[in-house]
Design a protein around this ligand. Structure first.
Ligand SMILES: [Zn+2]
Length: 283
């Protein structure tokens, strides 16, 4: 890149508050072997990144989450620490490779963070979203799936000025979407239909989605010797396929790379109990 060069004889007063590269013009000339061509200055990209970040809807609590502030050492359990470090590494790689150089387009596959409450799934998801928006200036969106369903439900009330379509369009259009707390909702047909609409639209538009869920994608007890009946039933209840249709679960596999943030089934069971008391929604 070449600095802006004023024409000979021109008197240019440099305002120290203006961008030193474009002097507030917002664009600059880059060498292209000929007369040079205009390109948007980096300062404009930064401003846009900030503007887009403010529009993501990331909850206050997670707004300052970045990959560099994710703690992978807070568990005493070395297996859990290993999982957290792996989850962090996959997240960093995702941000670094969000633009697919070979295909010359943003990537279309997402991630699904799987693990019990409190391990940092939402932190990682919010951090990836923030960093991608800041770095690539894409329009991103963060949505708590339960809150979204309540918002759509409120449109059924005639006095509401919003329509289901006006709520859903920024979500299905976002260049990167975080859908937080998948499966935490009462699995009614309406909930499944709404989720299918979001996922299918984004899938056909090749737009990436990052999910978080407290439910397992696969059945961990399948490869293990039989344990007590209650335990097996509890593990089956933890499966995402008990909350979503088979169609949605297989679509998830196509749309997102699983990032497991726990391998300790006992730890999982214990935390699931806590979770059920704390914020079980709609059931
Ligand atoms: Zn500039």
């Amino acid at each position: 890149m070449r600095e802006f060069v004023p024409p000979k004889g021109a008197v240019i007063e440099l305002d120290p508050n203006l961008c030193p590269h474009c002097h507030g013009r917002g664009w600059r000339v880059v060498a292209d072997g000929g007369a040079g061509s205009a390109t948007r200055c980096d300062c404009q990209k930064r401003e846009r990144g900030k503007e887009y970040l403010a529009k993501t809807g990331i909850p206050e609590r997670y707004r300052r989450c970045r990959l560099s502030t994710f703690k992978t050492t807070h568990s005493a359990n070395p297996h859990v620490r290993e999982q957290l470090q792996r989850g962090h590494k996959i997240s960093q790689r995702y941000v670094d490779q969000f633009f697919d150089v070979k295909e010359k387009r943003f990537r279309e596959a997402g991630l699904i963070y799987i693990g019990p409450p409190g391990v940092g799934k939402t932190h990682l998801a919010a951090a990836v979203l923030s960093e991608v928006v800041e770095r690539y200036n894409v329009r991103g969106k963060f949505v708590d799936f339960t809150a979204l369903l309540h918002q759509i439900q409120s449109t059924f009330d005639n006095s509401s000025s919003e329509s289901k379509a006006s709520i859903l369009s920024p979500i299905v259009d976002a260049e990167l979407l975080v859908l937080d707390e998948l499966g935490a909702q009462k699995p009614t047909e309406w909930v499944r239909d709404t989720l299918y609409l979001i996922m299918n639209t984004r899938y056909t538009r090749r737009l990436p989605t990052i999910f978080t869920t407290n439910y397992r994608l696969d059945n961990v007890s399948a490869n293990k010797p039989a344990v007590g009946g209650d335990r097996v039933r509890k593990q089956e209840r933890d499966l995402l396929s008990t909350r979503l249709s088979e169609l949605l679960v297989s679509r998830l596999y196509e749309m997102a790379q699983p990032v497991k943030l726990t391998i300790n089934a006992a730890d999982w069971d214990y935390r699931r109990e806590v979770k059920m008391h704390q914020h079980r929604v709609g059931s």
